[in-house]
Design a binder for this molecule. Structure first.
Ligand code: ZN
Length: 198
């Protein structure tokens, strides 16, 4: 999900999503997640979502109840009610394109996703070559990072994660660390002339 959509969900449902690291599904499902969230917070403030993601083409919404704050009867009843709401939302997502929110036409193979006719065709045409080229590029970048130049690794892997977390209003992840980069002659020169300009 784009960081902007993710942030608006977090802003609107602060305590519900306080334990969620990442909304790992496409923008097309944001309205479904939003509708489900509204229904949940209308019933109770004792739910904490733990994980929202796409798995095998379907939406998954995992949650915990604040057990200590509920007596046993309430807990059972509430758990059943929320389970039912989540199930309804997940069923709905099976009918909706994960990318754009249009009516779904099927499920793509390879990277399994529920998609509309257009995005299904697009994905079929591009996914094979795209995935292949991207993974070659990443393997290459990793190899260079291990050899001491992490410039491409930072660009492909590290910076996008740092940028995403920043835009989604999340604190930096200590596990995500930029790798040392070897500066080329040109970039050193550029920096020198920039410094002189100042
Ligand atoms: Zn679509």
């Amino acid at each position: 999900m784009t960081p902007e959509l993710e942030k608006s969900l977090r802003d609107d449902f602060k305590s519900l999503f306080e334990k969620v690291d990442y909304f790992d599904c496409g923008d097309g499902w944001e309205p479904i997640v939003r509708e489900l969230s509204s229904k949940i917070v209308n019933i109770t403030d004792k739910v904490r979502a733990t994980c929202i993601k796409q798995k095998w083409g379907g939406l998954r919404f995992y949650f915990n109840l604040l057990q200590q704050e509920l007596d046993r009867q309430d807990y059972k009843k509430l758990e059943a009610d929320i389970d039912q709401l989540v199930k309804q939302a997940e069923d709905k997502a099976d009918q909706i394109c994960e990318v754009c929110g249009a009516k779904a036409a099927g499920v793509s193979s390879g990277f399994v996703q529920t998609l509309c006719e257009l995005h299904l065709a697009k994905q079929k045409a591009h996914s094979l070559t795209n995935t292949y080229e991207k993974s070659l590029e990443k393997i290459d970048a990793l190899r260079r990072a291990q050899a001491g130049d992490g410039a491409d690794w930072n660009r492909l892997i590290v910076d996008p994660i740092i940028e995403h977390r920043k835009r989604a209003g999340l604190p930096p992840d200590p596990k995500i660390v930029r790798q040392p980069e070897i500066k080329t002659e040109t970039s050193n020169e550029n920096r020198r002339s920039e410094a002189e300009d100042l």
